[in-house]
Design a binder for this molecule. Sequence first.
Ligand code: SAH
Ligand code: SF4
Ligand code: F3S
Length: 483
Amino acid sequence: MYDQNPTLDQQESLLPDDRQGEVLTREEMEQAAAGRLFYLESYGCQMNFSDSEIVASILHQHGFGLTRQFQEADLILLNTCAIRDNAEQRVRNRLQELRTVKKQKPEALIGMLGCMAERLKARLLEEEQLVDIVCGPDAYRDLPQLVASADSGQKAVNVLLSREETYSDIAPLRLDANGVTGFISIMRGCDNMCSFCVVPFTRGRERSRNAFTIVAEAQDLFNRGYREVTLLGQNVDSYKWQHPETDNWYHFADLLKLVAEVSPLLRVRFSTSHPKDITDEVLHTMAAYENICNYIHLPVQSGNSRILEKMNRTYDRDWYMERIDAIRRIVPDCGLSTDIIAGFCSETEEEHQDTLSLMEQVQFDMSYMFFYSERPGTLAARKYPDDVPEDVKKRRLNEIIALQNIHSANRYKQDIGKTFKVLVEKTSRRSAEDMCGRTDQNKMVVFPKENAAAGDYVFVKITDATSATLIGHMTEPVVAAVK
Ligand code: SAH
Ligand code: SF4
Ligand code: F3S
């Protein structure tokens, strides 16, 4: 297995050996690409989906065309996730399916990108001959070159992590875009070292992107009709960028202001906030700008302070609850969601009850809930036995899910009778006669179409609710098309 995983710094110093193959000119690479089609499938978090748009842009610039049909692709790419074992299992199963393409089209190449590529490195090429190309999250600029190497039968691996790469200058090619809501990566990597988490190993050191390229990307999206941007990072509150000429530092609250000022008609969201770093200044900035959405995803992981310490989250239950109080005080009506892990190493029944009681106290609108999955090489894998039996983990997780379902149903029901400003995103999946969009608090609303179009702001009165959707109708007179 992967039990001798080096620490981050050692890992970086080992990496140059992983770069293989000779360097081609851009013209040679474009020639190699001419007329060839790539297919790209993404897994994992929103940052990975956002990276796929960078990858698509790089390949497109080098002459590759995009196809939605893997059967006709010359280059099949999976942008993978390594966060839990089942995420990797999904990718392995998919790889087996995709490899059947090779039977009909032996010259087709299969490439693995993203976090699983970074975690497993050249072993993916060697062990089971699973893929032709392995490319880590900081090496996407090298992808055309890696394709050329694989074409000539060479090993094509680049899993170099970088301290600088932010792809700042690359305009993402928007995939699966609804033309209304877009994502902007504002930073990469993570320096936090939560003991359960593989991300610092797969994504490398934290680095923040140039604030002005972020604002320019938001402005460009707005000019193209987009009405919402979500700023992405593993820990957006530690965003920190220094202007090379003025030497001024820009922190997350400063960046939020700059993006919010692009236009009052551009909604601004962000994810993920970290309980140890989210400041009152960020909360006051949210309160000061109507277009910064009142919604915070604040992963708690556990409601027990001993477990939080073992997780190396660097806050305890009281600290988390104080941050929730600050949110409620400074940003009233703020939507709140979280992430929870059930059955972390040595978690007792009482400690699990603490998670349930924290949920009762906060009443999250929504949660992402997981049972603990040991990741090779992480601090927890090296230091703590994964000693909560699987059936106990699953039972605890089910209790967490059942409680969240009650809370979600209550939180959504409380909105019945209220009227919300909704940004219309698209036609509802349920019916072509309905549109859907989100409230400021990030709750999905479905309502009859009438004259509403994607990109409009409309006011919707809520008449019914499930635990994941609000249902309503536009108020009269229709206040639409505020573009
Ligand atoms: N940067 C974010 C989380 C990114 S990973 C943060 O710090 O909150 C998304 C979520 O996956 C985590 O919040 C955690 O709940 C879950 N997760 C991460 N590693 C896990 C593991 N080894 N087992 C189970 N869940 C895990
Ligand atoms: Fe992982 Fe913690 Fe970083 Fe989130 S903050 S990505 S959980 S190490
Ligand atoms: Fe997965 Fe990597 Fe995101 S491990 S959750 S794709 S940062």
